[in-house]
Design a protein around this ligand. Structure first.
Ligand SMILES: O=P(O)(O)OC[C@H](O)CO
Length: 387
């Protein structure tokens, strides 16, 4: 699969795509800033790390050993050197291709590599097979970042993704999410003497925001339920932006039912993602979605990697979970869920900017596709439950 993807990318030059400047809205007792361009996000993440006073919690699925990855490594090491507690987690499998020297860190940083194989002798324990797919940064008690961005130079300028910065009480939930994962894994992955990452609990609840977490080790997968609940109660619109769309049939049915009851359902996907097989399988759902009245918008020229949704201009989510089985029923994931009209409005505006860079797929165009495409979709259908 990777070979085919690399072949497809050969000689391709990155093309520009429309973005918006980061924008901040007040949500409850805190603020949420949305980012749609990697450089803006990374600048603010690095500034936050540089300004840390006490503690940095950094977790990423992919951490490329390129210039951008190096900037993060240097900033985290510098924070640790000046006495800030720096905790890092990265996924071992996702970074197998990263050169080993990059993955050597100064002893002042506490680093947990989530292992490629975590089941040990429990071969049949499915709770131990999820990847750590989360992307989190928390600085001191005041600032958190969460969203679709991994760390790497291509993501900085060539991919269209969405991330948010959060301040206020919701930061505590991000801290707790990081600490729970750390504590669940620290004993076997780090020195036995390593103490648990203890956190005080938040004294206030933020009613507008929930941090939803999939935790395979505990067999807890609320993100799929969160999406289904929101889609099933939609009365006006459901606008989804997804990098990889390989849902189960219940998810597809929820979208179709919404469209059939008159909800404006739009699905924004990459025209060509970085995973060709995922694209082919995803297309296998288009006929039934288009038939029900779902609009399929395909983002051109750049990889859209965001995992976001808005419903009825009120509910919204930004996170790490793709709409596929690996994310919704397999991996460690984290999504911010908010019920807030200002934030939902901002995400709707971002959606419309993205939509302006899309080709809309019509039923006629789709039904007229080549026979070999129809055959490929049918041939790959059995792979759906695996991705
Ligand atoms: O797994 P994601 O959604 O972070 O995407 C990562 C890229 O697809 C890696 O190829």
């Amino acid at each position: 699969m990777s070979l085919v993807d690399s072949y497809r990318r050969r000689g391709k030059r990155p093309k520009p795509f429309p973005t918006r400047d980061p924008e901040t809205v007040a949500v409850g007792e805190g603020e949420v800033t949305t980012y749609t361009y990697g450089r803006d996000l990374y600048d603010d993440m690095l500034a936050a790390i540089d300004g840390a006073q006490r503690q940095v919690l950094f977790e990423t699925y992919i951490w490329k050993g390129d210039a951008t990855g190096e900037r993060f490594k240097q900033a985290l090491a510098a924070a640790a050197d000046r006495g800030v507690e720096v905790y890092c987690i990265y996924d071992g499998f996702a970074n197998l291709v990263v050169a080993p020297p990059f993955k050597r860190f100064p002893s002042s940083m506490k680093v947990l590599r989530y292992p490629v194989y975590a089941a040990g002798w429990r071969f049949f324990d499915l709770r131990r097979y999820g990847r750590d797919h989360r992307k989190i940064l928390v600085v001191d008690d005041h600032t958190g970042f969460i969203g679709g961005y991994n760390i790497g130079s291509a993501y900085e300028t060539e991919w269209r993704d969405t991330h948010v910065r959060v301040t206020g009480p919701a930061v505590w939930d991000l801290k707790r999410a990081f600490a729970d994962f750390w504590n669940l894994n620290r004993r076997r992955r780090l020195r036995g003497s390593e103490r648990p990452l203890l956190l005080e609990t938040a004294s206030t609840w933020e009613p507008s925001i929930r941090i939803q977490r999939n935790i395979p080790r505990l067999w807890v997968f609320p993100i799929r339920g969160m999406y289904l609940e929101a889609i099933n109660r939609a009365s006006r619109n459901v606008w989804l932006t997804q990098a990889y769309f390989l849902p189960d049939q219940d998810f597809v049915d929820a979208l179709r039912d919404a469209a059939r009851r008159g909800v404006d359902v739009r699905l924004l996907l990459p025209l060509k993602s970085n995973h060709i097989v995922a694209d082919w399988i995803s297309r296998g759902y288009f006929s039934q979605l288009l038939d029900a009245g779902v609009r399929v918008l395909r983002y051109r020229d750049a990889m859209v990697h965001a995992k976001t949704a808005t419903v009825d201009g009120t509910w919204c989510t930004v996170g790490t979970a793709n709409i596929d089985r690996l994310s919704l029923q397999g991996n460690y994931e984290i999504n911010l869920e908010a019920i807030d009209q200002e934030l939902a409005k901002q995400l709707e505006e971002i959606f419309l900017v993205d939509q302006s860079h899309c080709l809309e797929l019509t039923s006629g165009e789709w039904e007229a596709r080549d026979l070999h495409r129809k055959f490929t979709e049918a041939f790959l259908k059995p792979l759906r439950p695996l991705l």
